[in-house]
Ligand binder design. Structure first.
Ligand SMILES: [Zn+2]
Length: 292
């Protein structure tokens, strides 16, 4: 059900990337046991990360989106490729804050408004591209719009939405990024701005069994939208015993020796999916002997 699309309006005046993420956010919630507000914050960030990753050109490119607004959730970090795979975590998944007066989850309060949004793009070059802007609302969608405007001089609109059920499971999730193309005329620009401004509650559009194509055509019904590509998306962690061994080696021989002498074993938990990796004394000694 969770799919991501590329679309363009018939007059080639703007581009849309859009994704439905209901099942993917539910999986993230189960991995991290997130509170409703943490689910919404992580869910919006995962949705944005998928779309931002999808903008990259090459299959080997990786995008990391890091949000730290100084609020009680701590850092939210997601890493995506350009073909619909993502993983992510939030520092303090159990943290929750009171609802807003309108009954909505207060993502802005939980994320905070005194920190940075950072985008790291590994484009296969020697140094990764790093861009960073101040977080203003902590609601994530607006902060990413601002990031594109300031850091990449790109005029865009970002809509992200997550709805959480009473039992804390995910009711719906999804989002879009619109990029205005240079040949847009004033009339279409006005209509597009009016349309996006009226899309106040994005999550409502995703709160049904409609496909992402149907959702986008409904949102932008005043335009003729052509879908040019559709791919599935998933929460996928790429951790492995080998990666964890490498992590153990990087802590250094001294430290590794200390663990062997003092504990005789080690347990490493993957940040992204909470999978536990256990190493016994013999395995640790082998690692120590192989460490350079
Ligand atoms: Zn993992």
């Amino acid at each position: 059900m969770d799919n991501m699309i590329r679309a363009i309006d018939k007059k080639r005046s703007f581009r849309i990337l859009a994704v439905r993420t209901t099942d993917l956010i539910e999986k993230a919630r189960q991995y991290h046991n997130t509170s409703p507000t943490a689910s919404a914050a992580l869910g919006r960030t995962l949705t944005a990360g998928l779309l931002m990753g999808y903008m990259m050109k090459s299959e080997d490119n990786k995008l990391t989106l890091k949000i730290n607004g100084g609020g009680p959730l701590g850092t939210i970090l997601v890493t995506a490729d350009n073909k619909g795979n993502i993983k992510g975590y939030v520092d303090n998944p159990k943290v929750d804050v009171p609802l807003k007066s309108n009954g909505k989850l207060d993502v802005g309060k939980a994320v905070g408004t005194t920190g940075k949004l950072t985008v790291i793009k590994d484009l296969g070059l020697k140094e990764p591209y790093v861009g960073s802007t101040d977080i203003v609302t902590g609601e994530i969608g607006e902060d990413i719009t601002l990031y594109y405007f300031i850091s990449e001089q790109q005029s865009s609109a970002v809509g992200l939405g997550v709805l959480v059920n009473r039992d804390c499971s995910i009711k719906s999730g999804g989002g879009f990024i619109i990029q205005v193309l240079p040949n847009i005329d004033n009339e279409d620009l006005e209509l597009l701005e009016k349309t996006t401004n009226e899309l106040k509650s994005i999550s409502k559009y995703f709160d049904n069994n409609k496909s992402i194509e149907e959702v986008i055509k409904e949102m932008f019904k005043k335009f003729e939208i052509e879908i040019t590509e559709k791919i599935p998306v998933q929460f996928k962690c790429d951790c492995s015993t080998k990666r964890m061994e490498e992590a153990l080696i990087t802590i250094g021989k001294e430290e590794l020796k200390k663990i062997i002498d003092e504990d005789g074993e080690a347990e490493i938990v993957c940040h992204f999916c909470n999978k536990k990796y256990n190493f016994n004394k013999e395995q640790l000694e082998n690692l120590l002997n192989n460490a350079v």
